[in-house]
Design a protein around this ligand. Sequence first.
Ligand code: ADP
Ligand code: ZN
Ligand code: ZN
Length: 835
Amino acid sequence: MYAQVIVDVPARPTDRPFDYEVPLELEACVEVGSRVEVPFGPRVLQGFVVGVSAEAPAGIDRSKLRTVRRVLDMTPPLTPELVELARWMSGKYLCPEIAALQVMVPGALKAKYDKVVVLREDVWRRREEAAQPELLPTDPVRAELADWLRARGEATAEALLERFPGSASLLKSMLAEGVLEERQRVQDRMSVKTALTVFPCGTEAELREAASALPARFQKQKDVLDALLAEGLRPQRLTELLHAVGVTSSVVKSLEAKGLVELRDVEVQRDPYAKRDFARTQPLPLTEEQSHVYEAVCGTLADGRHEVFLLQGVTGSGKTEVYLQSIQRCLELGKEAIVLVPEISLTPQMVQRFKGRFGDDVAVLHSRLSHGERYDEWRRIVRKEVRVVIGARSAIFAPFTKLGLIIIDEEHESSYKQEESPKYHARDVAIRRAEAAGAAVVLGSATPSLESVFATTREGGRKFRLLEMHTRALGRPLPPVQLVDMREELKNGNRSMFSGALHKAIEERLHKKEQIVLLLNRRGYATFVMCRSCGYVAGCPHCDIALTYHQNSRTLRCHYCGYAEREKSQCPDCQSEHIRHFGTGTQRVEEELVKLFPGIRVIRMDVDTTSEKGSHEKWLTMFGEKKADVLLGTQMVAKGLDFPDVTLVGVIAADTVLNLPDFRAGERTFQLLTQVAGRAGRHTLPGEVIVQTYTPEHYSIAAAAGHDYAAFLETELEHRRANGYPPYARLINITLSHEEVPRLMRISDALAQRLKEQALAARQSGEDGFTFDVLGPVAAPIARIKDRYRFRCMVKYRGDAVASRIVRRSVAAFEEQMAKEKLQISVDVDPQLLM
Ligand code: ADP
Ligand code: ZN
Ligand code: ZN
């Protein structure tokens, strides 16, 4: 038996199947989709079997064929259908096939021969305790990195750099100093998970006494003991304890040295939902609109036909109930279902709705799970223990074999596009997968993407079937939206960030004990540092981007390359001391709220407050339990939440996204405003929405205020048509980067030239039915990252196959240069973010 294997080297020359002989004893376990270990050059690599045959490949000397060494899993992690899908992705998104195959399996299967980095505690302490602190390297990330590593025990360099972006050189120097050590990981990555846990040593009385005996300068150690006592001496996860008390692990280590606590590795339960009881729910009797949609979907399911539905249902119209009952039907037909929701909406509330209906038949996959948790959930799919998967983007690759239905909720969300290679869009992959499996796809949204709506029209070829729901399931009307012109407020002397109307409305809700959602529509949520005297803004020396202030470590960091420096007390340009950080927008709104409404309870949700695992859930639960009056945040408060007592939604500034140089800015603004407005008055209490804006006349804002999707669509489509943007054409973004500008400019020009020539050649060879326009090259919106300059060519095209061939061939011509002079070219097909 012979196998064709795609090996784990994501580069172009190796982007093809290689032939291997399969030894007799392995024949039974090698199939298309198997993960194998094969020799490759001097190395041993992981690979995926993409084909098997009984005949030796033609024209190859059999004696030269190398053999498959090992099969890595009893059950192949991929199905033949997924292997085929990977090939398609490689063609469509111009990525190596291995990249597509890798993205389909959980991270736990990816890096088996990884080395891991561990902290050498002894070396670290010796250095820490060195009497000359001025000899210690000053990078502020060091200590944080050491703490993190200590708490985790070990980490791959990859995981470490993901947590501390851009710390590659720091990592290197710490390895050189011997503080960190690289070890070959011997144990299986998928073994049980453990965590460092703090065990109090002694009785309550003993520890109490020990605590009071500690001298005052050991206040932190006292705090830790108090925290343990407060929890009834329950052993606590080290990381959680540190976080709760706000100390570093050295404090706990000191207690350990005194024999008051003990640190031990303890096995951790990996089922992320193991501790929760999901109340079972029964199907609700459908409303007329819901039944109509349900019947349409079921008709297709029963026929086992492939069809794509676009379900446009206003917020609160009960789309989820339709999903649930359609899935029920799908299961009754003996088939499986995948539900995609945006990462941010994958709240416990959402999980409850699915687990409540299907119980243990559901696996949940999202990126907030650890490698191990993800792996365990995923294995339940492989073992056929579940028939429903709910997850974020990559759940689209769930290895089902009898797929009947794929649901994509909030289908317009840009997070369905992966921004790193393979740069795939889950919607397109879903449709492709469903086509092959004869499955139905339901794309749901209150504000569908223009691309999807267009596909339901005659002009768009009626590829999708439109289903609509205009009324809310519980009969409540959509809440009235009031636009407040902030220019008028300013004219009338109101300099606060709250208009008179919003101020009054908040006051009212507080009085009535109802709840409020406040949205700060801002994408550049980062906190930057500016000099008030001269306007200097602290920027990264390696990237054209402002540094972000991190409150916890009091450092300034670059989010692109990880460069870090200490907080400044003086402006480096004018020496003024009026240099300070400008809090995230949400932080400032919070301060103002507390000032204006004494006693108000605010939950703030933004990147800062939700970086911790589980924090997102924690805040939402608190809000649901009415432990706060206001839920204040960025995009994440706009999506999918269903709280009965929210009767007021306020938008602080609606226009901020409008000004971004992205042709989807209008669409994003409309979607966000509509989504957030939909959080108000969903149950019995009537809702109200107040939107503050500087451009109330803008069509996106006006249409969102009138809940008028049709009006928005008409204007937006006109713009797109006039400018040749999607859905009237499609885009490919080609970004080139190089260390030297003149060289980069020359290469970029040459690439643009080559693209045009290839397009011409295609036309001359008789290809038609395509368009292909090359724009640029121009400097990319962020013109420099990690000391590399960036240029961009944008291609506007119609006709998938021809366009990707032209781009592939053109880029291939620069391969030698890419290898020789550190030129990078990255291709993004159908980009979602143009920034
Ligand atoms: P959407 O996802 O369209 O915004 P949801 O599915 O969250 O809407 O439904 C909004 C509310 O209406 C939820 O509280 C849900 O339980 C309720 N609901 C949905 N369908 C029905 C129904 N047929 N009968 C009663 N209540 C329903
Ligand atoms: Zn200054
Ligand atoms: Zn940088």
